[in-house]
Design a binder for this molecule. Structure first.
Ligand SMILES: Nc1ncnc2c1ncn2[C@@H]1O[C@H](COP(=O)(O)OP(=O)(O)O)[C@@H](O)[C@H]1O
Ligand SMILES: [Mg+2]
Length: 276
């Protein structure tokens, strides 16, 4: 059974009524997305800002309802049985939220409790997980707000891992981190994959990260996944006279625009629409 199977998922966001002119088109964030993640596989979604990555992750994690289409996690319909699906997965996003004044340990214990893991069960696991990511346990008692972004992001991953999710959804896990923390978090993700039986979907706008972490990479633009294959497979497909193209060149060939152009376009669109 597949970890994730999405079929023709569609999601549009309506502008607030008062800002909408009669009959004005709504913003399509997911435009018929089909995607499968096999058990134990790491699949990356590479797309510029505004391409629909977070909406995709939110639809899988049942935070939003798709307008149409089918989302199944380990065979369970996410729309019909959100509670069941929530128990098998966990999401880590750039905007991971914590109680800033509470310590890392308190935040982790709170996260565990939400998933029905008791404090006495959670404590030794937390120690083990923090050790494995090179997070100094002595600092786990410090308030979150005293920790660097990189350390906070590690705690966010540790929190997700505590609940032993079978499917991990990582939404830009290293965006905004300095190069060293970025590497550490990527190493941690690889460890998670090696040591736990998890299937991972990782959204990123970092080409290097996609190549480093993922078995297969989907290229996303304007709510569509336009290609999905191994990095090698993608490169071979767009190979011209001998040399393999870079992932960046693949993106350009597959979408007809450069990554930067696509991001600029999305920014302009969002400014117009008044979103963030
Ligand atoms: N809550 C929302 N309300 C209105 N528009 C949204 C909302 N969330 C996302 N969008 C729009 O959907 C599109 C995809 O956004 P998102 O999924 O956040 O992309 P990404 O994560 O790739 O940057 C963007 O145009 C964005 O403005
Ligand atoms: Mg996003």
């Amino acid at each position: 059974m597949r970890a994730l199977e999405m079929t023709d998922v569609y999601k549009a966001f309506k502008k607030p009524k008062k800002e909408r002119k009669d009959g004005e088109a709504t913003g399509v964030a997911l435009d018929g997305v089909s995607l499968a993640v096999e058990r134990g596989e790491v699949v990356g979604i590479l797309g510029p800002n505004g391409s629909g990555k977070s909406t995709l992750v939110r639809a899988i994690s049942t935070l939003i309802l798709p307008d149409r289409g089918d989302v199944r996690v380990f065979g369970v319909d996410a729309v019909a049985q959100p509670k069941v699906v929530q128990r098998t997965m966990n999401r880590v996003s750039v905007e991971a939220s914590f109680f800033k004044k509470l310590s890392a340990l308190e935040n982790l214990l709170y996260g565990a409790k939400l998933y029905g893991v008791t404090t006495s069960e959670a404590k030794p696991r937390i120690k083990m997980i923090l050790d494995s990511i090179g997070f100094d346990y002595a600092r786990a008692g410090e308030p979150m707000e005293h920790l660097s972004r990189g350390m906070q992001q590690k705690i966010a991953l540790a929190r997700a891992l505590l609940t032993s999710p079978m499917l991990m959804l990582l939404d830009e896990p290293t965006t905004g981190l300095d190069p060293r923390s970025k590497k550490e978090v990527q190493t941690f993700v690889k460890q998670i994959h090696a040591n736990h039986d998890s299937s991972i979907l990782v959204c990123t706008h970092d080409m290097g990260e996609a190549e480093e972490l993922c078995d297969r990479i989907g290229i996303m633009l304007d709510g569509k996944i336009v290609e999905l294959d191994t990095a090698d497979g993608l490169k071979r497909r767009y190979q011209k006279d001998g040399a393999l193209p870079t992932l960046e060149e693949v993106f350009m060939a597959a979408t007809g625009s450069s990554f930067e152009e696509a991001e600029e376009r999305a920014e302009r669109r969002n400014e117009k629409a008044g979103v963030n």
